[in-house]
Design a protein around this ligand. Structure first.
Ligand SMILES: *[C@@H]1O[C@H](CO)[C@@H](O)[C@H](O)[C@H]1NC(C)=O
Ligand SMILES: *[C@@H]1O[C@H](CO)[C@@H](O)[C@H](O)[C@H]1NC(C)=O
Length: 351
């Protein structure tokens, strides 16, 4: 119905439309509220975390607000054991931010990706040095925040510095509705168990890399071009050196698309483990799908580069690398939920 037909409607009709509208709006309320497990919003997380300690960060100079995220984190005492909410209001915060090892139980809450952003510009050969956000403490939850490293990639075929947006180097860290923007080495998923829920991750080369044990639920992976190299980049570069190590990246649902040409993963260790489950893959992914590139050793025998029921033009199986796996129902079972990261023991919310 158009608005003009609404105007023309007789009184009784209008009343019915209004009642209908109220019904629709209130059913939206139910969907968006904490009661629906498939929508994990900030109130849901706040309720699960169960604290009323909030530090407010803002850029408009309002009373009671600090204007630096790092200053807010610094005000949390070392050895903290009670959850603290750091509520970062809308705006672009030009700073590097570190959550140090001794400050666990921080809930860093933005107003939404694209509304609240931490941004810095640093390109280096040292992935710890270039990172805009570094999380070194366990028990950290991040919601609704964009994290950017906007260092220029440099001219074509020049030396390859990296620009990390976030380094996640502690156990039990989760991200909900966040965005990671950079090119080369965007997300340093360094170590520990992590959960990424409905996040946007953008990059060109090895842009999700490290030795962590992580589940990426419903994430959007966007591939950008890198003109410095002739070979294809890779979405993941997972580093798993031994079979008894629990690390690995598991992507559940979500989509992979973009403007460059990449592999789903290149091995960064002899036991490198990456699994894409029911993910949409556009033809931004090359037909071979996977690469060993330069990892030491060279054997493909112990690599776990796997897919299960992925779909889309980039998911075609006929030209896939010989060692890459298409998992059976039985083989995929350990990777289908947050049990892969023992999430029920420590995550505030999931699905
Ligand atoms: C909220 O803060 C007050 C005062 O510090 C405290 O007494 C109360 O228990 C807190 N409530 C919750 C749910 O943390
Ligand atoms: C590359 O990184 C090195 C330090 O690691 C730095 O000295 C140099 O300026 C960086 N180059 C660019 C183009 O940023």
């Amino acid at each position: 119905m158009s608005w003009s037909s609404f105007e023309d409607a007789p009184m009784i009709g209008r009343t019915l439309y209004v009642l209908l509208a109220i019904t629709i709006i209130s059913s939206f309320d139910v969907v968006l509220g904490g009661s629906n497990p498939s929508i994990l919003d900030a109130p849901t997380l706040t309720q699960k975390i169960g604290t009323n300690r909030t530090i407010k960060v803002g850029l408009s100079g309002q009373k009671g607000e600090i204007n630096s995220i790092q200053a807010a984190i610094d005000s949390v005492p070392d050895g903290n054991t009670n959850w603290v909410i750091i509520h970062v209001r809308r705006g672009v915060y030009r700073e590097k931010v570190t959550i140090p090892e001794k400050k666990p139980y921080i809930f860093l809450r933005g107003n939404g990706k694209g509304k609240t952003a931490i941004s810095w510009s640093h390109s280096s050969v040292d992935n710890t040095e270039s990172a805009t956000l570094k999380i070194l403490a366990p028990h950290v939850v991040v919601f609704g925040l964009s994290i950017k490293n906007d260092a220029p990639t440099g001219i074509a075929f020049s030396s390859q510095n990296q620009s990390v947006a976030a380094l996640v180097g502690a156990d039990m860290v989760s991200f909900y509705h966040c965005a990671f923007h950079s090119t080369h080495n965007t997300l340093f998923d360094y170590k520990g168990r992590h959960y990424y829920h409905n996040c946007y991750i953008q990059g060109s080369i090895d842009f999700i890399f490290g030795r962590a044990q992580s589940v990426f639920r419903n994430c959007e992976i966007f591939v950008v071009e890198d003109k410095r190299i002739e070979i294809h980049g890779s979405i993941t570069a997972q580093n798993r050196p031994a079979s008894n190590e629990g690390s690995g990246f598991v992507f559940l649902g979500g989509k992979v698309y973009g403007v460059g040409q990449v592999y789903l993963g290149r091995a960064k260790g002899a036991f490198s483990r990456v699994v894409f489950v029911k993910t949409y893959i556009s033809n931004t992914v090359v037909p071979e799908g996977w690469s060993i590139w330069r990892y030491d050793g060279g054997s493909t025998e112990n690599l776990y580069q796997a897919e299960y029921k992925c779909y889309g033009p980039g998911a075609a199986r006929d030209k896939r690398a010989k060692w890459a796996k298409q998992l059976t129902d039985k083989e995929v079972a350990p990777f289908l939920s947050i049990d892969f990261i023992n999430g029920k023991d420590w995550l505030p919310a999931w699905f």
